[in-house]
Write a protein that binds this ligand. Structure first.
Ligand code: SF4
Length: 243
């Protein structure tokens, strides 16, 4: 008998609203997996990969996660967001996605686009979020090209999103959009105040960063068919975890 592949889980919470990307504002439950192949300088979930929350990782089966989602969310939800870390490191997520779909629950997932998984095709809203220069990471364009082309082959529902902190990031974001012009594209204002826990103290900074990004994108003639978003949940909860 084949062993059930367990999934490393750090957080299960919700329902709450999705604060980012193509499903911003959507009521959803969150499942956060552990592990990432990147180490972005401004990662807001570094605990998923830096060892600081190692003791909190639980190895759960798909059904155990679903039981937990039901125990917390009851009948209040029909959408689950899988986040990380980089959930694309986990081939075993296919069973979890299938089980959610079997219950009429749709699934969103975000990854930086450094690995392919065949289950990408079955994600209802997939966000590829290649990381700009301020992250300190280097994009493997060949892998990203392959991922985008495989998704296009089967007309999968996906978008690209780039977080922007400065002008160099904006140049990178523009390059991403020009490389994949037919993929819906989201620019998101970056948050470098990761230590602040009081949303009311963060808000002026977040508004300023969002306004800065809007002012940069509007006159840009290469960024026409784009969406400019804040990271909505930080406006309400600051950097608080599990909301
Ligand atoms: Fe953090 Fe995402 Fe970068 Fe991984 S890819 S280090 S989870 S921001």
């Amino acid at each position: 008998m084949q062993a059930i592949k367990r999934i490393p889980v750090l957080e299960v919470f919700g329902p709450t609203v999705q604060g980012e990307g193509m499903v911003i504002g959507r009521k959803t439950m969150f499942v956060r997996t552990a592990g990432c192949d990147y180490s972005c300088s401004w990662c807001d979930s570094a605990f998923t990969w830096d060892g600081s929350a190692k003791a909190d990782i639980r190895m759960l089966t798909a059904n155990e996660i679903i039981e937990e989602l039901m125990a917390i969310g009851g009948k209040t939800f029909e959408h689950v967001t899988i986040s990380g870390g980089n959930p694309a490191l986990l081939p075993q997520l296919s069973v979890f996605i299938e089980e959610l779909h079997a219950r009429g629950i749709s699934v969103a997932l975000e990854t930086q686009g450094s690995r392919w998984q065949d289950w990408f095709w079955s994600i209802d809203e997939l966000t590829l979020s290649p990381k700009p220069p301020s992250s300190g990471m280097k994009t493997d364009w060949q892998i990203l090209d392959e991922i985008v082309s495989k998704l296009n082959e089967k007309e999968a529902s996906f978008c690209l999103k780039t977080v922007v902190f400065d002008d160099e990031d904006l140049e990178y974001a523009t390059f991403v959009h020009m490389r994949y012009p037919n993929v819906p594209f989201y620019l998101q204002a970056g948050n470098s105040q990761l230590q602040e826990t009081e949303p009311h103290r963060m808000l002026p900074y977040l508004v300023e960063r969002y306004e800065w990004l809007i002012n940069r994108v509007m006159p840009n003639d290469e960024l026409k068919r784009v969406h400019v978003l804040p990271q909505l949940h930080t406006w309400v909860w600051g950097n608080k975890k599990g909301v």
